[in-house]
Design a protein around this ligand. Structure first.
Ligand SMILES: Nc1nc2c(c(=O)[nH]1)N[C@H]1C(S)=C(S)[C@@H](COP(=O)(O)OP(=O)(O)OC[C@H]3O[C@@H](n4cnc5c(=O)[nH]c(N)nc54)[C@H](O)[C@@H]3O)O[C@H]1N2
Ligand SMILES: Nc1nc2c(c(=O)[nH]1)N[C@H]1C(S)=C(S)[C@@H](COP(=O)(O)OP(=O)(O)OC[C@H]3O[C@@H](n4cnc5c(=O)[nH]c(N)nc54)[C@H](O)[C@@H]3O)O[C@H]1N2
Ligand SMILES: [Mo]
Length: 746
């Protein structure tokens, strides 16, 4: 009998056949299986599923007055639907060129190397002449555009900047973790075998490491005697780091060797820190006013950095904010000033705890996926500029020293992502989204994105198809065997694209004469070529799961920047100077006020110390939900059970709530000039005053979809977040910079 497993972005599950049907349980090798994933199969027959291909009535009838998102749908046969899609691709490409097709199609879709929705549609569209693409991610977009200037392009990736956990366990004396929420480590793109972040952290703490979690919510502190919490106003971490730099400069506690040999531009930064450059000394007293952290606490924090091995870990949330480049830059600078670069367990890290993979001491299993082919169109946008793109055809966008010209988008094609979940300021997106002539979406479920499309093609969910999933950082490779037949008339993204490719006359090139089973065997053969120790395909399918570490030697310990720190001349960075750039001539040449040429305190437009806080006195943070993956699984399981007053629960500091007459369980309206949403109130004694937390992912539900300023009913924070980007340099999503007011909603 063969074993049966199911791999997802949040973990790997065992599948057991029971009289009631297939059931999931945590994989026995996973020390901390993710509970919310156990409800995944509830989507199999859920009423939110898309039953068959659907076409929007107004689009079908050519009614220019009809509004996307406020229209009805007409069911059509697959052949008709896919013919419509092919005709539209032909027509738009023929009349306006392929750059008028946008298929950045950002999103997490589901795990599985072959049925990866984006790869499928991009491969198909590349064969049809290409499309305008998107770059970077909502996750790490600011850092990936920015870090190449400071550390070199090799350090742009989400997993590129961290020592490995084993080194932290062995060496780190004090870990300062800015914005770390361990529930985020439940997930990782592509799959997770074993969830080990809490174990690693626990081992370090048990050994005696001190942990200081810096965030607006004391609830982020793990329960351990060596763990402390420092409450800080959102978006002000750079000021705290600058105050640390000020103390070390004033006391002459700078590692001169590291500064001289490993960095360039320190003098410019130092002149800013001391105030020589601008007349403002970045003292603890100065930082206290900005951060809301008492001066004495800042001084204690500085003292904590005086250990032999200190590690500054900044979560990805810090760069998903206005001027999100700055805390990252300042952490790198501070690590060099303390002589921590290249020290085992010391220095800086980005994203430990943001996902499961960062810091795992392993040989990465880089598994080939479906080849997307070549995109003949060179136009692209930084991913979070989607509303700018749609709203300004023929316009320009400043980005990383370039001026991008924005194509006139006539056709939008999305599969495997939910922009009406992930984008900021959804009222603005909804307005811009009306412009294109045609919008095509593949979706298993009726998300707001599907409801705002013209042609909706129902995809299968991952448990309705065979696939191979690979947890790249955990060396587990899973044969995902279908547990269910496809729902109603749903088809795999691959089948859908094959039908469209057929209408376009490129089916042979698209499918290469392979059926799905052939493709899986072909992909697996590619993995075996790289990892000959993998069992043969038959055995693998039989076993259902294989973990490469049985064959592995000791963990692959990583010291960040070790060779460079040891011998900077022999191992220079690929920055212009070959060193860590604490002042960047390149960035200086861009002359962007929102990203100065050295780390600086750049006050966001929306933060608690700004003028707008007079009108909207609450800083809204919209972190990742602990009980689902983004908008996925919102309709089932833990996500539904945790709703308050039938809406997404927002956390208010009790003091803020009492001031507004808000009680536990009340329905509350969060609003600002951009929009408003309804949430269910929960009250917290641990959250700092002035901050509200509303996790992302409740299904966007405008009360009146014909109104572009409509109230949102489910508690989706992107009804109110800003669509201003981190800076002109990165154009990264700045979702965490957002001010609102709250009132009880009768
Ligand atoms: N306010 C605020 N907004 C944020 C963030 C924030 O911090 N604050 N974080 C941002 C971040 S970091 C991210 S990564 C984004 C995430 O944004 P997304 O990745 O867009 O969110 P998901 O809900 O994962 O969307 C994936 C969609 O793919 C669909 N899907 C699943 N499997 C398949 C399949 O096999 N085929 C097809 N065709 N579709 C499939 C799912 O039903 C779902 O609708 O959100 C961003 N948005
Ligand atoms: N369960 C679950 N896990 C997930 C996901 C999911 O949808 N569900 N999504 C995954 C994805 S796509 C990504 S990109 C990662 C994102 O991982 P991160 O970017 O690290 O996480 P966020 O959830 O945005 O924010 C985490 C915490 O940062 C703190 N924080 C926010 N702003 C600030 C600030 O200005 N200063 C300080 N010091 N702290 C701040 C808050 O306490 C917040 O709770 O999570 C991944 N993990
Ligand atoms: Mo993300």
């Amino acid at each position: 009998m063969s074993d049966h497993f199911f791999a997802t972005h949040f973990g790997t599950y065992r599948v057991d056949q029971t009289p009631e049907g297939p059931r999931l349980s945590g994989w026995q090798a996973d020390p901390q299986p993710t509970a919310f994933g156990l409800s995944y199969l509830e989507l199999a027959r859920h009423r939110c599923r898309v039953v068959q291909p659907m076409v929007r009535r107004g689009w079908l009838e050519g009614n220019a007055q009809s509004i996307r998102g406020a229209d009805t749908f007409v069911p059509v046969a697959w052949d008709t639907a896919t013919q419509f899609v092919a005709d539209e691709i032909d027509r738009i490409a023929g009349n306006y060129g392929n750059r008028s097709i946008f298929a950045g199609s950002y999103g997490w879709a589901s795990a599985g190397r072959f049925h990866h929705a984006q790869s499928q549609i991009k491969r198909m569209l590349n064969l049809a002449g290409g499309f305008t693409a998107s770059r970077h991610s909502y996750s790490y977009g600011t850092a990936s555009a920015f870090l190449p200037h400071v550390l070199g392009p090799e350090y742009a990736g989400t997993n590129a900047c961290a020592p490995s956990w084993d080194q932290i366990v062995d060496h780190t004396d004090c870990l300062m973790a800015f914005g770390m929420r361990l529930t985020n480590a439940q997930c990782d793109p592509g799959g997770v075998g074993r969830h080990t972040v809490e174990q690693w952290l626990g081992r370090a703490l048990d050994r005696g490491m001190r942990l200081i979690v810096v965030s607006p919510d004391t609830a982020d502190r793990p329960d351990h005697p060596n763990a402390e919490h420092l409450a800080i106003r959102p978006n002000t971490d750079t000021a705290l780091l600058l105050a640390c730099a000020h103390a070390f400069i004033r006391n002459g506690e700078i590692d001169q060797r590291q500064i001289r040999q490993l960095t360039t531009g320190f003098d410019r930064l130092a002149a800013y820190v001391t105030g020589d450059a601008d007349g403002v000394a970045k003292t603890p007293e100065w930082a206290a006013r900005i951060t809301g952290v008492r001066q004495s606490q800042i001084e204690r924090f500085i003292e904590a950095l005086r250990v032999p091995t200190s590690l500054l870990n900044l979560g990805w949330s810090l760069q998903r904010a206005s001027a999100g480049e700055q805390p990252y830059w300042m952490a790198i600078a501070l690590a060099a000033m303390r002589g921590q670069i290249g020290r085992p367990g010391g220095g800086f890290a980005f994203g430990l705890g943001s996902v499961n993979s960062v810091g795992q001491p392993v040989r990465r299993l880089k598994a080939p996926g479906l080849d997307q082919g070549h995109n003949p169109v060179s136009d692209f946008i930084p991913v979070a500029a989607i509303a700018d793109l749609l709203a300004n055809p023929g316009g320009a966008l400043e980005y990383n020293g370039q001026t991008l010209s924005l194509p006139d988008i006539r056709l939008v094609y999305w599969a495997g992502g939910n922009p009406f979940h992930h984008h900021q300021d959804l009222n603005r997106l909804r307005h811009a989204w009306q412009r294109p002539e045609t919008i095509i979406v593949h979706e298993p479920v009726w998300t707001a994105t599907a409801q705002h499309a013209d042609i909706v093609l129902p995809s299968t969910l991952p448990f309705e198809r065979n696939d191979i999933a690979v947890s790249s950082h955990d060396r587990t490779i899973v044969f995902n065997r279908a547990t269910h037949a496809p729902y109603a008339d749903a088809r795999d993204d691959h089948q859908i694209c094959t039908m469209i490719a057929d209408h376009l006359g490129v089916a042979d090139k698209f499918a290469e004469q392979r059926n799905t089973e052939d493709w899986l065997a072909y992909l697996y053969a590619g993995y075996r070529e790289k990892f000959p120790e993998l069992p043969d395909y038959r055995t693998f399918r039989q076993k259902g799961i294989h973990t490469l570490d049985d064959e592995l030697e000791a963990p692959r310990s990583t010291t960040l920047l070790a060779e460079f720190a040891e011998a900077p001349e022999a191992h220079p960075l690929s920055t212009p100077s070959g060193r860590i750039e604490l002042f960047s001539e390149t960035i200086a040449s861009f002359a962007y006020g929102d990203c100065p040429p050295h780390a600086s305190w750049v006050a966001p437009k929306e933060w608690l110390g700004g003028e707008l806080a007079q009108t909207y006195p609450l800083h809204l943070l919209s972190p990742q939900p602990a009980n689902r993956l983004h908008s996925q699984l919102d309709a089932v399981g833990a996500s539904q059970r945790d709703k308050v007053a039938a809406r997404e629960a927002a956390v208010f500091c009790t003091e803020d709530a009492v001031m507004r007459g808000i009680r536990e369980g009340d329905t509350v309206k969060l609003f600002n000039a951009r929009g408003a949403c309804l949430v269910g109130a929960t009250l917290s004694e641990t959250l700092m005053p002035g901050v509200v937390i509303l996790p992302t992912g409740a299904w966007y539900t405008p009360e009146d979809p014909t109104d572009f300023a409509s109230l949102e009913l489910a508690g989706n924070p992107n009804a109110v977040t800003q669509d201003r980007r981190a800076s002109r340099l990165s154009q990264g999503s700045a979702a965490h910079s957002c001010l609102v007011e709250a009132v009880r909603h009768e």
